[in-house]
Every structure is written in C-alpha cells, then in structure tokens.
Design a protein around this ligand. Structure first.
Ligand SMILES: O=c1[nH]c(=O)c2[nH]c(=O)[nH]c2[nH]1
Length: 324
C-alpha cells in the first residue's frame, strides 16, 4: 500500500478563535422567510478542528519528527491568521487558513478545517430614549450554531477546494399542534398510538452544498447563503406545513431551501424526534396539556434533498438553477 492510499492524518481540535470587529456581513439577498439581513461580526467566534494530510509517514513508522508541524503550532497558526483574514464569513476564513497552510508547508497535501460557531447574541440595555442594543455587551447563546467545513488539497493545478459544506447544527424546534403521525405499520411490535395531532419537538442539523464550491468561500454576498436564512426557512416550513411525519417535514424544508437558493445543489438533514411525553391530556376549559421530557431511546432520520427532487416535484425545470 502506498502512503497515498493509507489513512493518515493528524491535527488539532478545540481550537477556540475569538476575533473581534471582523468585517460585517452585508449585502446579502433578503428572503421572505427570514428577518436576517447580515452579521455585525463584532465577535467572530468559533471552535475549529484542523486535520492535515501529507508526507509524514516516517513520523508514524520511524519516530522521525523532522516533518511534523506540532499540533500546538497548528493552533497558533490558525489564531495568527485570524488577524490576517479581512472577510466576513467562516467559509472565507477557513479557506484562507487552508491555503496559508499549504503555501507554508510544502510536504502537506491537504488541509481540512471544520469550525462550529460560538454564537453570541446582542442584548438590550437602558439607553437615553428607552431600550437600545448594546454595541459592546453580548450574551453567549446556547442555541443553534453555524457549522462550516472546508478542505483544500494541493494538486498539479495549484490549491483546489475539494470539500465545502455549510450548515446549522442543534436547531431545536417545537410545534405545539399541527403535526400528525399515522398510517405506519401495525403489527405485533406496535405500541405507539396513531396521532392526528401531536406536539412535535425536533432537533435538526442542516448541511447544504453549493453547485459551485467557490460561491461559498469568496465572500460574494450576492451568492453567499447565510445559515441563519436556512434556519429561518426551516422554522417557516414547520409553521406552515401540516406535517405528516418528520420525514415529510425535512423533505419539504429541503425543497424550499433549494427553491430559494438556486446556487445550492443539495441539502442534507439529520433529525431527531424529541417529542415530549404527555402526562395530563385534558385540562378543563383549556386546550393546554402537561408534558415531560421523553424517555430514551430517540428516533432519527437522515436525508439528502437534491435539485432533482425539485425537478421531480415540478418546481424547477432540469438544469435551470445552474445558469443563475
Ligand atoms: O415523524 C416520525 N417519524 C417516524 O418514523 C416515527 N417513528 C416513531 O415512533 N415516531 C415517529 N415520528
């Protein structure tokens, strides 16, 4: 087996990067499902994981460290580059760092970085004329976060962007009524009652890919897809669709995301069913009920929606989107 085929990489995880006053993200297309118009990027925070591939076989087989960039140095490299990147996106930053790595160390053949946003929200504070948004105080958000993957490889034609994904992780949404789940197989293993109307609580990870990977990383707001807008489409679809299952829901979200953003090629979902367990079904003179957290185990779904699905649904003519 040649060293090219062998699984061989090393890197650094939990590289925490907090850059203040990064260039704001502005000029993005506004969509009907979302109030999101940009990121001020006063705090550009992420937890990054970097992995290198390259010519360092002897570090494993001969205890020869002469080709080893210490993972501690990788952490320093990423942090120092955060002062050199002047664009507004995680995708652009990761692409920049990957290229800097390849340009610095000639024996490295590819660099992959996955970064999860560390999100901060603005806070309202007392001002001269009532409440105002503080430009300096932010609240660490424990909610959903942006996730981004970029991999750049050295090729005969120079550095090539070989993998790029963007998305939103840990989106937790509850719809208190307007979801059903019935018609599933009834056999000797079935104990779950059919539900015409259930409260549906889902965890969602949504990953999307571009037709042209470069659209994600070149900081062009005209084609950049903000994960916040994808998140808001998911909430909008959950609101408007009388869904028949999580499978049905994520398919419809995927179609809507692809219709809104012709520059995307596919949307991938990993969903969890975290529906609350009912405790009190009827409260007199109220439509309220009482629930508690569900007991394990939990159900999950994985699904990729592609442009071909939009074509199959009659919502797009084959090949139309790519021209945009
Ligand atoms: O939306 C759902 N899909 C399923 O496949 C499933 N299975 C289950 O027990 N509950 C649910 N809900």
């Amino acid at each position: 087996m040649s060293s090219q085929e062998r699984v061989m990489y090393y890197g650094k995880g939990d590289v925490f990067v907090f850059r203040t006053y990064q260039k704001p993200l502005e000029g993005i297309k506004v969509i009907p499902e979302s109030g999101f118009t940009g990121r001020n990027n006063v705090i550009f925070g992420m937890n990054a994981k970097i992995a290198l591939e390259g010519d360092f076989l002897h570090s494993f087989t001969k205890a020869d460290n002469s080709c080893v960039v210490a993972t501690d140095s990788m952490k320093n490299f990423i942090l120092r580059q955060a002062a050199q990147y002047h664009g507004p996106t995680f995708e652009g930053f990761l692409h920049f760092v990957c290229n800097c790595f390849l340009n610095t160390y000639s024996h490295i053949t590819s660099v992959q970085i996955i970064a999860d946003e560390i999100p901060f929200e603005s806070v309202q504070v007392a001002g001269q004329d009532g409440l105002e948004t503080s430009p300096v105080v932010y609240r660490h958000s424990r909610n959903e976060l942006i996730t981004t993957t970029v991999k750049v490889a050295r090729t005969e034609n120079g550095n090539e962007l070989v993998k790029q994904e963007s998305g939103m992780k840990n989106l937790h949404l509850i719809k208190v009524k307007g979801s059903s789940f019935y018609g599933f197989i009834q056999d000797e293993y079935t104990t779950l009652p059919e539900a015409q109307d259930r409260p549906l609580y889902i965890y969602l990870d949504i990953i999307y890919r571009y037709n042209n990977k470069a659209d994600a990383v070149y900081d062009n707001p005209a084609v950049y897809v903000p994960a916040e807008q994808v998140r808001d489409i998911a909430a909008s679809m959950f609101h408007s669709l009388n869904n028949k299952s999580i499978q049905d829901l994520i398919y419809q979200i995927g179609l809507q995301v692809l219709e809104r953003f012709p520059q995307l090629t596919e949307v991938q979902f990993e969903s969890n069913n975290r529906t609350w367990e009912p405790i009190v079904e009827h409260i007199p003179e109220s439509e309220g009920r009482v629930f508690t957290e569900p007991r394990p185990p939990y159900g999950f779904q994985g699904f990729v929606v592609s442009r071909q699905d939009l074509v199959n649904e009659g919502r797009e003519i084959a090949g139309e989107s790519v021209k945009s």
